[in-house]
Design a protein around this ligand. Structure first.
Ligand SMILES: Cc1cc2nc3c(=O)[nH]c(=O)nc-3n(C[C@H](O)[C@H](O)[C@H](O)COP(=O)(O)O)c2cc1C
Length: 185
């Protein structure tokens, strides 16, 4: 799929079909994740792939009761070795760790859509509860939960604010509206 189309068409899906997903497709999504850029190529990501019904249900509860998560055939937990990033990059470590993982997640979401599957970036969860469920060591952080399945709903794109309201030129507050409009249209 063309990149621009993939970026614009990807949606957060919160209802999944009861339809099997081939594991090979999950590996494709994970592969897209590890090809994200990362500071100094530290690749401070890890993934836990879950297909156990019992574990998915526990995780859904730890996400403040979102049953649609448990209905996805697979749930991918995206983890970050933040402490390793901090050891390597000192005061920049935390920032790098978060940015690396976010790039990885977005790659995964785009590839998910490209493969005809759907997901939703879940960032609201009780981290300690999920760590307990999955035996995650203290030094590792959980950044996102990605339920993966076939979309069971079609949702309109939540509107984006106009680009010209978000862009400044040369300094904060300086608008150059004509130029932006020319670039977007
Ligand atoms: C960091 C982050 C955290 C998010 N956390 C949640 C979440 O906990 N639950 C949820 O339903 N959606 C969550 N979302 C999805 C957003 O609500 C969604 O991306 C946004 O409404 C735009 O819709 P779209 O993804 O279809 O373009 C999250 C998205 C991001 C980037």
């Amino acid at each position: 799929m063309e990149v621009k189309k993939c970026i614009k068409e990807r949606r957060s899906i919160r209802h999944f079909l009861n339809k099997k997903v081939e594991f090979e497709l999950i590996t494709e999504i994970l592969e897209a994740g590890i090809w994200a850029p990362s500071s100094g190529n530290i690749q401070n990501w890890n993934f836990i792939v879950i297909n156990s019904k019992e574990k998915k249900e526990k995780i859904a509860k730890a996400c403040y009761g979102k049953p649609f998560i448990a209905r996805a055939p697979y749930v991918i937990i995206v983890l970050a070795e933040t402490k390793r990033a901090e050891k390597l990059y000192g005061k920049f470590g935390k920032r790098f760790a978060i940015q690396n993982i976010s790039a990885c997640i977005e790659n995964m979401l785009l590839r998910t859509h490209d493969l005809g599957l759907a997901s939703c970036w879940i960032g609201k969860f009780e981290e300690e509860e999920i760590k307990d469920i999955l035996n995650v060591p203290e030094s590792i952080e959980i950044h996102a939960i990605l339920p993966i399945g076939y979309a069971g709903e079609k949702v309109p794109a939540p509107p984006r604010k106009k680009l010209k309201t978000k862009v400044f030129f040369n300094k904060w507050g300086e608008r150059w509206i004509k130029n932006v409009e020319k670039r977007v249209r």
